[in-house]
Design a protein around this ligand. Sequence first.
Ligand code: SAH
Ligand code: SF4
Ligand code: F3S
Length: 472
Amino acid sequence: MNLPDLKEAKVRTKKEIKIIRDDYQVPENMKTMGKDKKYYLKTYGCQMNVHDSENIKAILEDMSFTETMEMEDADIILLNTCAIRENAHNKMFGFLGRVKHLKESRPEVICGICGCMAQEESVVDDIKRKYKWVDIVFGTHNLHKLPLILEESLEKNKQEIEVFSIEGDVYEGIPVKRDSKYKAWVNIMYGCDKFCTYCIVPYTRGKQRSRMPEDIIKEVKELVNNGYKEVTLLGQNVNAYGKDLNIDYTMGELLEATAKTGIDRIRFVTSHPWDFDDKMIDIIAKYDNIMPYIHLPLQSGSDKILKLMGRRYTKEKYIELFNKIKEKVKNCSITTDIIVAFPGETEEDFKDTLDVVNTCKFDSAFTFIYSPRIGTPAAKMKNDLTEQEKNERLYKLNKLVNKYANEANQKYMGKVVQVLLESPSEKPGKLMGYTDTMKLVNVEASEEYLGKIVDVEITDVKTWSLDGKLVD
Ligand code: SAH
Ligand code: SF4
Ligand code: F3S
């Protein structure tokens, strides 16, 4: 048993990160463990978790399990969890109630918890005390050890908790079962060293560890050869890519090398304004296959709050960067993340945030009420706002964000845009996909167009999506 420890998770060691390129193998004796058995995997959280789930699926399928979409049919149920806000916690514990119910009638079902919540000391404490029936818990640093963790738990017939607080090495070649045949997530780095004062991620994902450029490019080339049209380079703070490597190589260079593989579309998330250098902007502007879409979290428009958040930029610097990107990258759409009701946020501070929204007129924004995370510095700060005040700020902000999102979409009316049609739409007879600027479009088209990048004329505009028809 290995339990998570918050104090350990906070430490950044100088230990050199090894890149492990051994061929990943499920142990021979476990390859048929899942024969005639099914797994159900529920994923919460960000793209990082979605991609981790693609690894977990491949590992389980190498053990002969097959996937089911019905939890009730499963022999093994795994919850890949997110710790970012309180409601992510509540959702997962709510779901766990359903699993408990199922386990009462079928005790042989294996229930596992992994992902960011598994890295939290307080959560694992709770699981040990109140959820003794959960069979396995493993963290973000050792998901490749899943077969061994399962074996241990089955052999000993007791709860198996294997969570490491200190990140491990970078493992290459962990199998992956991608959800899409056309677009792929590609990790370029793990962890985060920014330690924004409100954020749990540096504790749950460990220190920043970049993959080597050659490994990333090799993966992208393989995707191109397999017919993939789009890659999204993934990291908590992709602009800092390479800074932890002993080579002189930055995100700008990685973007350029990726562009030269010839893949049709390149995206990247998430960018922290702090490390966004001119070279990166120039490369994005230069290559047509790097999409003109940037997610650039603002968090707050108040210098005082930004300082308390540890974001290391000011309102003015943010707007300056925003304008520079808009100037150099043609037709670029920019979205953002904003937190309201951070401890100490006055009405004046909140107005500063609205002011930046009025200046930047974001294409869209994810907005959140601040949620204290145990162990982070902000959790100890005093917050005088009432629930009503918090909700009112969120409501006001959303109203403004929606207004600009709608205005941004209106500009597309009647225009012809390129869309990668990626799956059937919820609307019958239509396919859905995204423009290069990341606008969701529902297009009247038959399934033969799936996986193709097509010209689409926009015929109708809504706040969160566009409708269009194929241009002959
Ligand atoms: N690495 C990314 C953010 C990842 S988390 C970045 O720095 O840009 C996604 C978003 O969740 C953050 O941008 C922030 O807006 C929000 N978030 C993170 N911690 C939060 C907290 N404790 N309460 C409310 N929102 C939070
Ligand atoms: Fe969290 Fe800040 Fe790191 Fe983003 S950059 S993951 S908000 S600590
Ligand atoms: Fe959530 Fe972990 Fe991502 S906390 S947002 S799943 S890195």
